[in-house]
Design a protein around this ligand. Structure first.
Ligand code: FE
Length: 363
């Protein structure tokens, strides 16, 4: 099979080169995208292999899987895609799926997979010891692997930390027209509001959402990074965004992103009250896994002290394993108190959160 792929790529290349030569001089040669061939989609023969559907794409992850293989002899076959697409694929494949594990971001999205009947319980004392219960599904159908905070990011030249306190305070008159946040269709915002429903009740959550819409600097647009960019551009003074994007921007190859990240401060809200909202990237055990035992071994490995530092810092995230320290960059942001809730409720409250967003007209 592999040979066949290689051969057809070679033939495509030759065809492309010939076509390029035949083209008039003012036309540029066609771009050949060899990486479009998805070698990872090959069917699996080895019954011991763990097939992993993941939306992560870090070199360090591949190194960890290699280390896992070296220690256990169990191969890991990585199939990459976007979180929601992988969930759709699992649904489509149903009992015929090759997938053993699904790794994706946000407890709200992991709940979707659970709710669609795509997952099953992970039974492992090792995993239960590695990961605190609030970062695991109530039925252990998904397990948190890394933690991110959804924090306030402010313009260093216009805002000082003493002006900030809580998510709720952003609805006050002093922030009128100054708050930046992305659209309500985004799962991170849905999970944020779902957490407020849990800790403050529905009514207070709706009041907050309405108040924030009132104080928005502009109609929600762009991703989390775009909110930081808009802060530095002066469109607003404070944004709501996930912690790891600041790490990504600070280490970006794009100098403009680095400048943006250097000109904003990170503030962990609600430290004297309900805590900062956190979420996870996590792994769900596929309902129709043909390799449950080995898949669970991989979760045990990824949540172990040995793997957690590398696995979490690849995306500038916090480890779930309390015995592992966050990276130096994350430590430089300081320690913080997180919301004390089981992240399963983010999924359970998702529908109500979406309704509230619609009711208050959060675009
Ligand atoms: Fe993200």
């Amino acid at each position: 099979m592999k040979k066949l792929f290689t051969l057809s790529i070679a033939m495509m290349l030759i065809a492309a080169v010939v076509a390029g030569c035949a083209a008039p001089a003012n036309e540029s040669a066609p771009v050949v995208e060899a990486e479009a061939v998805e070698v990872s989609e090959e069917k699996v023969e080895d019954p011991g292999m763990v097939n992993l559907y993941t939306d992560r794409h870090y070199d360090t992850d591949a190194e960890l899987y290699a280390q896992f293989t070296e220690e256990t002899g169990i191969e890991v076959n990585v199939i990459k895609g976007k979180g929601d697409e992988l969930i759709e694929r699992l649904t489509r494949e149903d009992v015929d799926t090759e997938a053993d594990l699904l790794i994706t971001a946000d407890a709200g999205r992991l709940f979707r997979a659970k709710d669609a009947g795509l997952l099953q319980t992970v039974e492992s004392e090792v995993v239960n010891g590695n990961v605190p219960s609030n970062l695991r599904d109530k039925d252990n159908e998904w397990i948190g692997l890394t933690v991110r905070g959804r924090v306030l990011v402010y313009a260093k030249d216009r805002v000082t930390p003493d002006m900030l306190s809580t998510y709720e305070a952003l609805t006050g008159p002093e922030w009128d027209g100054k708050v930046l946040v992305r659209a309500s269709s985004n799962i991170y915002n849905q999970s944020l509001l779902a957490s407020f429903i849990e800790v403050n009740g529905e009514e207070a959550a709706k009041e907050w959402a309405a108040g924030l819409v009132n104080n928005m600097a502009r109609e929600p647009q762009g991703n989390d990074r775009a909110q930081a960019t808009a802060v530095v551009a002066g469109e607003g003074d404070v944004a709501i965004m996930n912690t790891y994007y600041i790490g990504k921007m600070l280490n970006s190859e794009n100098p403009e992103e680095v400048t943006v990240a250097e000109n904003v401060g990170i503030f962990f809200p609600n430290q004297d009250t309900t805590g900062t909202h956190i979420n996870v990237s996590g792994a769900g055990l596929a309902k129709h896994s043909k390799n449950k035992e080995n898949a669970v071994k991989l979760i045990e490995f990824l949540t172990s002290e040995k793997a957690q530092g590398t696995f979490s810092s690849a995306n500038y995230e916090y480890p779930v394993n309390a015995n592992v320290e966050p990276s130096e960059l994350l430590k430089s942001w300081g320690e913080f108190k997180a919301q004390d809730i089981n992240l399963s409720v983010l999924g359970e409250n998702n529908l109500r959160a979406v309704e509230i967003f619609n009711e208050v007209n959060w675009q």
